[in-house]
Design a binder for this molecule. Structure first.
Ligand SMILES: [Ca+2]
Ligand SMILES: [Ca+2]
Ligand SMILES: [Ca+2]
Length: 564
């Protein structure tokens, strides 16, 4: 769910310091890690296939859990590919185009090569977006059947990709049978599945205090933090907690590799203000939920949405809670840094994360998601900045998330309704963009799709899509880039973001110039006799200088060098 927050700007001295470290063996996930990501396979390894009962028998991986370093792709099924001509993307369409994401063969370069998918909600829902669920056990008929979803899991696994599913725990649709029954009468056996009271206590939304959160229905009031059509479930009710765990176990047993958990700050409400966000009861339920998920599938992943400050996000990395949290402050810093030619703001957030998150926490950097104006729209389609955005995202530690269409530089026609952020994928230059054979797709295509589409960009080695493919390959080919730690290079010009990634005996110097002019960067104290360019934009150069190195970068150029 959306939750804009003004971000803390904490000026910090940039220190040469580690940003992440391998997750320790104390983590149950690490102890049960499959090591699949590091398996030297000619083809793909089907996650979990080695052991039908789960990967617990696999050797622990020194590199930590499978998600550390993995590249994720956020996917909106309705906008991916329409297989049956109704104008709406669907699961058979997605399965038919999985090769765009990862064809299962590391030797080919005609795919993105992502490691995992996050499916936005796919369960039955009256809305186009699906965040108001009416049946957690059944796939939205627009998208196909439960069998289609299980086939997607299997086909993704065959290509070496994991799949996590959006699970909306905080609320349901007001048309969910549970709520219909709950609202029917105070005597309903499901009354306490939702949050009711006799009066409206006047609590506002935490992010919009003027907007109420209690809704009148049949002589009483129910709590709905987002809007009246999404009543909050009552997580103080043990029956609701058990149902949430049962649903999670059900989809894990059907092949899901974990969940993206929506709006986790708001699960339990204990009072106005602080009681509506991130209170101890919410954290307690998340620990209970995580324990159930890990008991069912030890290497299942839980990714949480906490759209707030670094300090708030850090709380959810507490032992036994969530594995990965989206880094909203970092996303803002990246996009604002690209707009303003400022690399220092990004370094400041990276340093804040290092100081605040527990050791071993796996961060989830991203540029934008389905709730935000697309990065290509925010950067007005500026090709140089979009290439830089890709390079920054894919050289950061943790689990970077790429949002469907970003790899094409997809724009949006307007900044108003959310639908404009979530428009159909353009596959080619034909009138339906290769997305649908219907006269009209479910929502109009983004501007620029005639040139910014998969076919055209695949044929162009200089395209943004080719850049994303090359960057993901480079990340996979370097243990340092994939799972190494990060140390910001101090004292660089403000427009430069430079850091050293180290891991598995591999050292990579990364430098990005966000500014409009050439930049020179001194990197003192970095040992090494030779440097090999992993990926360097035209004119980017590295040379020995004293006890370290000196980097020269043209405007808005990046360079990644392996130093030995
Ligand atoms: Ca369809
Ligand atoms: Ca491939
Ligand atoms: Ca709630």
């Amino acid at each position: 769910m959306r939750r804009p927050a003004a971000l803390l700007a904490v000026p910090l001295a940039l220190l040469l310091a580690a940003c992440t470290a391998p997750r320790g063996a104390a983590s149950p996930a690490a102890a049960a890690g499959t090591g699949a990501a590091s398996a030297p396979l000619a083809g793909a390894r089907p996650p979990g296939a080695a052991s039908p009962s789960g990967p617990a028998a696999a050797a622990p991986s020194a590199a930590g859990p499978w998600w550390n370093g993995a590249v994720f792709y956020e996917l909106f099924v309705r906008s991916f590919l329409d297989s049956n001509g109704d104008g709406k993307g669907d699961l058979p369409g997605l399965i038919a185009r999985l090769d765009h994401l990862n064809d299962g063969d590391p030797a080919t370069t005609t795919d993105l090569g992502v490691d995992a998918l996050w499916l936005m909600p796919v369960f039955a829902s009256p809305s186009y977006h699906g965040y108001d669920v009416t049946d957690y056990e059944t796939v939205n008929p627009d998208y196909g059947t439960n069998a289609d979803l299980e086939r997607l899991f299997a086909e993704a696994h065959r290509r070496g990709m994991r799949v996590i599913v959006d699970l909306v725990l905080n609320h349901t649709s007001d048309r969910h049978p549970w709520f219909v029954e709950s609202a029917a009468s105070p005597a309903s056996p499901r009354r306490d599945w939702y949050v009711w009271r006799a009066d409206d206590p006047g609590w506002g939304q935490p992010w919009n205090p003027g907007q109420g959160t209690w809704v009148a229905r049949n002589g009483a009031f129910y709590y709905a933090i987002f809007w009246s059509g999404m009543p909050d479930l009552n997580y103080r009710n043990p029956a609701v907690r058990e149902e949430a765990k049962r649903i999670a176990r059900l989809w894990l047993s059907r092949g899901a590799d974990g969940f993206r958990l929506d709006a986790v700050r708001h699960l339990v409400e204990t009072g106005p203000g602080p009681g509506q966000s991130g209170n101890p009861e919410t954290h307690a339920f998340l620990r209970e939920f995580a324990a159930a998920v890990k008991a069912a599938k030890p290497d299942a992943l839980l990714v949480g949405e906490v759209w707030s400050h670094t300090l708030d996000i850090a709380d959810y990395y507490a032992p036994g809670e969530l594995d990965v949290l989206f880094d909203f402050p970092l996303a803002t810093a990246i996009v604002e840094g690209l707009k303003g030619g400022d690399g220092e703001g990004i370094a400041t957030v990276l340093e804040e994360v290092r100081r605040t998150y527990p050791p071993g926490a796996v961060d989830a950097p991203f540029l934008t998601n389905h709730d935000q104006v697309r990065v290509a729209a925010q950067l007005q389609g500026d090709a140089a900045r979009l290439r830089l955005a890709a390079a920054i995202l894919l050289t950061l530690p943790g689990a970077p998330f790429l949002w469907q269409g970003e790899e094409l530089g997809m724009r949006q026609a307007a900044n108003g309704d959310d639908e404009f952020k979530r428009t159909p994928m353009p596959w080619d230059g034909t009138p339906g963009a290769g997305f649908t054979s219907a006269a009209r797709p479910w929502f109009r295509l983004a501007p620029g799709h005639e040139a910014a589409n998969v076919a055209a960009e695949s044929a162009d080695p200089g395209s943004l899509l080719s850049r994303y493919r090359a960057l993901i390959r480079a990340r996979h080919a370097s243990e340092a880039l994939r799972r190494g730690d990060l140390a910001v290079v101090p004292g660089t010009p403000r427009e430069v973001l430079a850091f050293v990634r180290r891991g598995g005996g591999d050292t990579v110097l990364v430098a990005h110039n966000l500014g409009p002019g050439e930049a020179a960067v001194a990197v003192p104290g970095l040992a090494g006799a030779t440097a090999e360019a992993i990926l360097a934009d035209a004119g980017a150069a590295l040379a020995r200088d004293g006890d370290g190195w000196r980097v020269r970068l043209p405007a808005r150029a990046s360079g990644l060098w392996r130093v030995r």
